[in-house]
Design a protein around this ligand. Structure first.
Ligand code: PMP
Length: 437
């Protein structure tokens, strides 16, 4: 049995200080009916709690830690820049350096604005699209999560789905009525909405690879048709690649599926573990944003030198030219992820359990579900009790996965073949526990 005595005491105290003891809901493990380990430090593929337990980490801070925790290049760059002061609230070369790095991999982004969280990026992208089109409504897909700004917290995924509050109290009817929701992967549904209300719709925002209802992939041709129909109606197509950016492929889902959106939101990886996100896209849309244009958006700590530095160091590792004859960084992650999933599929089969396993580059997800999962409804039909048994058995064996089926897991450059072998052995035991349950 894991000894979590110190974590449990820390959680008891934290609950007197913060709502539910945490600063972001899913961290609480509330839906798993157990208490979370409190983390002391992390290095490479491992994370360590305050009781001294070691875990192989597939959460990676919910996506950002693609090069592994405390990567020496990132740490060294941060140490150096910190000595020069931590924030100036004034332009720096670092902001342009990160902008150029991002734009070199995302050519659809002609101009970019750095912000501090994915929530800010999507909220601001919608505002810019509204300013640009002069229209007020926008479309989002049920089970996609775009952060917690009011108008996007409608039929949302991630923690909102995990805790059964996809429509949060506190979001007014007035706000929610400009948000049109349609099922993911249902072309007829979005075509109908656009045919009927197209000239009132400013934007369609989508996770082109959806990671917040578990990992759900777009059906073949879906994104292409979405691009066509939005273009025909003058609707701004926003790809929210906060999670799948640099993950579905180096160039994100847009490169993987060959689609050029009008705007893109990025986050997580571009901050290398510090609070950074960004929105960007066509110059004519981005030039609507202040001070170039009238759409207001600002931030005291936006473009912070530490955050830019961690992002630059991380993206430099990701985009470095591979050594002679070696595959590139993202390809290696994809191969490692595939190896893990093949073994997991076999282990589940041996235990007599039917699961659905999905992969997009270095992202992966598992559903305890006998049937295909392609939208929120099919994802929500997965067996929650089976997942709970699996989750606890994995944690007990030192495998740190998200405490919800509505989340995605991540491979990093630091995961070794030994880590993967250990994970597979743990999964065999966990699947057996599910079968016996
Ligand atoms: N968009 C997507 C696709 C996300 O996955 C998330 C967070 N997981 C967000 C937006 C919000 O980002 P943040 O938590 O940084 O506000």
């Amino acid at each position: 049995m894991l000894n979590l005595d110190k974590s449990q005491a820390a959680f008891t105290e934290a609950k007197t200080l913060m709502p539910g003891g945490v600063n972001s809901p899913v961290r609480s493990y509330k839906s798993m009916d157990c208490d979370p380990p409190f983390i002391d430090h992390a290095k490479g593929s491992k994370i360590y709690d305050i009781d001294g337990n070691e875990y192989i980490d597939y959460i990676g801070s919910w996506g950002p830690m693609v090069v592994g925790h405390a990567h020496p290049q990132v740490v060294e760059a941060l140490q150096k820049v910190t000595e020069k002061g931590t924030s100036y609230g004034a332009p720096t070369l670092l902001e342009s350096d990160l902008a150029k790095l991002v734009m070199s991999v995302y050519p659809s982004i002609e101009k970019i604005r750095m912000v501090n969280s994915g929530t800010e990026a999507t909220m601001s992208a919608i505002r810019a699209a509204r300013g640009y089109t002069g229209r007020e409504k926008f479309v989002k897909f049920i089970g996609c999560y775009h952060g917690h700004s009011d108008s996007l917290l409608v039929k949302a995924g991630s923690g909102a789905a995990t805790f059964g509050v996809p429509d949060s109290p506190g979001v007014t009817k007035g706000t929610a009525q400009d948000t049109i929701t349609v099922p993911y992967n249902d072309m007829a549904a979005i075509e109908q909405v656009i045919t009927e209300q197209g000239n009132e719709i400013a934007a369609v925002i989508i996770e082109p690879v959806a990671g917040n209802m578990g990992l759900v992939l777009p059906k073949q041709g879906y994104l292409r048709r979405l691009r066509e129909i939005t273009e025909q109606h003058g609707i701004v197509l926003i790809f929210d690649e906060v999670m799948c950016g640099f993950r579905a492929s180096l160039g994100g889902a847009q490169a993987a599926y060959g689609i050029v959106p009008d705007m893109t939101c990025l986050g997580k990886i571009i901050g290398g573990g510090l609070p950074v996100a960004a929105y960007g896209g066509k110059t004519e849309i981005m030039d609507m944003v202040a001070p170039a244009g009238p759409v207001y958006q600002a931030g005291t700590l936006s473009g912070n030198p530490l955050a830019m530095t961690a992002g630059i160091a991380t993206l430099s590792i990701l985009t470095a030219a591979p050594e002679e004859g070696q595959p590139d960084f993202s390809r290696v992650l994809t191969i490692k992820t595939k190896q893990l999933l093949l073994a997991l599929q076999n282990a589940a089969k041996e235990a007599g359990i039917k699961i659905q396993l999905h992969q997009a580059g270095s992202m992966f997800g598992l559903f305890f579900n006998e049937n295909p999962v392609y939208d929120y409804e099919t994802s929500a039909a997965s067996n929650q009790e089976a997942f709970k048994v699996y989750f606890k058995a994995m944690l007990e064996q030192g495998i740190y996965i998200a405490p919800s089926q509505f989340e995605t897991l991540f491979m990093s450059g630091a995961h070794t073949s030994e880590d993967i072998a250990k994970t597979i052995e743990a999964a065999k035991i966990a699947f057996k526990a599910v079968a016996d349950f």
